[in-house]
Write a protein that binds this ligand. Structure first.
Ligand code: ATP
Length: 248
């Protein structure tokens, strides 16, 4: 379980997170939605320790994350970065096995390669792609490779940052199904960020909408269409009119 309590973060006078509290139960995927600049990425970065919060606490399985134990925590999580972020100069299997080839999870090369091929299989890619380079694959296949990398070290916590951006609707559907399946299969706890409402509906257990640095609404995905919250309604239906001010 991941729990945030009253997390604040400012950059100078820009008070981005103004007291975010939320909980993600074990084995569930919480999808964070909200307009551009509402702090979705900053929220993920505070959990990862890339951006230290000014106030408030972050707990994983009941233990507070601190500078001292964060490295241990980082060993237990997987991340699908926005855009995939594969290393061009590494073969596909080396990308997937990145964390198995160095650091505390280091394995012998042959073992790491076999594990990478197994994970590629989990995301529907055949063994023959293992020795190719990222540039030789389509965008959708690269996204699958990124997914395989995110799950390579059997994480108990996974973050998905804009997993379907740049993909056609069918490939987005395939990636959504894979994410849903992987989270369910692995029993992992996940937090995802997406602007894609189809993706929200396909992968979320719970949905959290951030607005002006706070949690505007948090509830089961099944309640999204009848949240009774005018901010959520405006956002999910993409209406220019409503309580959320838009620039024209
Ligand atoms: N390292 C930083 N230094 C200064 N300001 C930052 C930094 N990181 C983020 N911000 C500011 O924090 C705010 C929230 O940014 P964030 O990237 O979290 O938004 P977002 O909700 O993820 O937006 P988008 O949907 O467009 O990706 C923005 O005003 C941004 O300029």
């Amino acid at each position: 379980m991941i729990r945030l309590r009253d997390v604040h973060k400012s950059f100078g006078s820009n008070h981005v997170l103004r007291g975010v509290s939320l909980e993600v139960p074990k084995g569930q995927n919480l999808v964070v939605i909200g307009g551009s600049g509402t702090g979705k990425s900053v929220l993920l970065k505070t959990i990862l320790g890339l951006v230290p919060q000014d106030k408030g606490s972050i707990l994983v399985d009941g233990a507070e994350l601190t500078a001292a134990n964060r490295d241990d925590f980082l060993q237990t999580f997987g991340m699908l970065f926005q855009g995939g972020a594969l290393f061009d100069s590494l073969k596909i299997w080396e990308n997937v096995a990145f964390r198995l080839l160095r650091g505390p999870k280091k394995r012998p090369r042959e073992e790491a390669r076999a594990l990478a091929i197994e994970k590629l299989g989990r995301v529907g890619l055949p063994e023959r792609v293992a020795d190719l380079y990222p540039a030789e694959l389509s965008g959708g296949m690269q996204k699958r490779v990124s997914l395989a990398r995110a799950i390579a070290a059997d994480p108990s916590i996974i973050f998905f940052d804009e997993p379907t951006t740049g993909l056609d609707p069918i490939m987005s559907g395939v990636i959504n199904d894979l994410i849903r399946g992987l989270v369910t299969e692995m029993g992992a706890t996940a937090i995802s960020i997406t602007h894609d409402m189809t993706s929200v509906r396909a992968i979320a257990d719970q949905v959290c909408m951030l607005y002006q640095g706070r949690v505007q609404w948090l509830g089961p995905v099944a309640d999204l269409d009848h949240s009774g919250d005018p901010y959520v309604d405006q956002f999910i239906n993409g209406r220019p009119e409503g309580p959320i001010a838009t620039l024209r």
